[in-house]
Design a protein around this ligand. Structure first.
Ligand code: F6R
Length: 241
């Protein structure tokens, strides 16, 4: 594990871009696993601003999508990706993949996504982490060998995500998520965390043994894992505190 502790959110984002930028410059047809949420926004701004890098042949595969929200819905993750990243890049829309939140047959949609993940081995998977240690929407207790599935969101996740909705009742209660088995299949994994509310999950990830009670700990055995933190997310680590 390469643990990188930075001073600020901006420095964390720059450190992440220091991994992703050179990868895409070198490998024009890279496959990137992407995440939504507040954490990667600074990184996405850096990707959008750097006109020297082309995404013409890049493919992306996102981690998750709310069940019941169509891609055009302003709270869907498909919308988030278009608004915060894709519209600034020369990436082709058909090369960007996100689970279909309104698929008529959810089981078939999960199987379709698994097939996609098999066909498109990711060079890099970007991750945030939930305050309860979830990655993608793999909530505590998810088996490490899970593939794409529908999940009922933990109460803490609904609460955390409600800041982006008008009312907590509007937060969808279910989501499609890539499973832990597929997340760890990416060649390189970059997990970002900022802010005090991530510090305990980060501490458990770094200092405790792998345990499905902390889904992110499925990453511990990964051979090319970057954990990039700001000072607050690192604040409970015993070695760097
Ligand atoms: C998003 C995702 C989630 C978030 C996590 C942290 O696609 O899969 O696991 O990474 O909930 O969210 P933020 O970044 O908003 O704190």
């Amino acid at each position: 594990m390469k643990l990188i502790v930075t001073e600020t959110y901006e420095a964390m984002s720059r450190a992440a871009y220091g991994v992703i930028g050179p990868l895409v410059s070198k490998k024009k047809d890279a496959v990137l696993g992407l995440a939504t949420g507040s954490t990667p926004l600074g990184l996405y701004r850096l990707m959008a601003e750097d006109r020297t890098v082309s995404y013409r042949d890049v493919k992306t595969v996102n981690l998750d999508e709310y069940a019941g929200l169509p891609a055009a819905h302003s709270q869907s993750y498909a919308y988030f990706m278009r608004e915060n990243l894709f519209r600034y890049l020369d990436i082709l829309p058909q090369n960007t993949h996100i689970p279909n939140g309104v698929a008529p047959d959810p089981a078939e949609e999960c199987a379709r996504y698994d097939g996609l993940l098999d066909r498109l081995p990711r060079d890099l998977q970007l991750l945030g982490i939930g305050s309860n240690g979830h990655i993608a929407f793999n909530e505590p207790g998810t088996p490490f060998d899970a593939r794409t599935h529908i999940v009922t969101l933990a109460e803490s996740t609904v609460r955390d995500n409600s800041r982006l909705f008008d009312r907590i009742e509007d937060v969808p209660k279910q989501a499609f998520t890539m499973g832990l088995a597929d997340i760890v299949r990416a060649k390189t994994v970059v997990l970002l965390a900022n802010g005090r509310n991530k510090a305990e999950a980060v501490r458990r990830l770094i200092e405790e043994d792998a345990d499905p009670a902390l889904p992110a700990s499925a990453l511990k055995q990964h051979e090319d894992l970057y954990v990039i933190l700001d000072r607050e997310a690192a604040s409970l680590l015993h070695e760097t505190a």
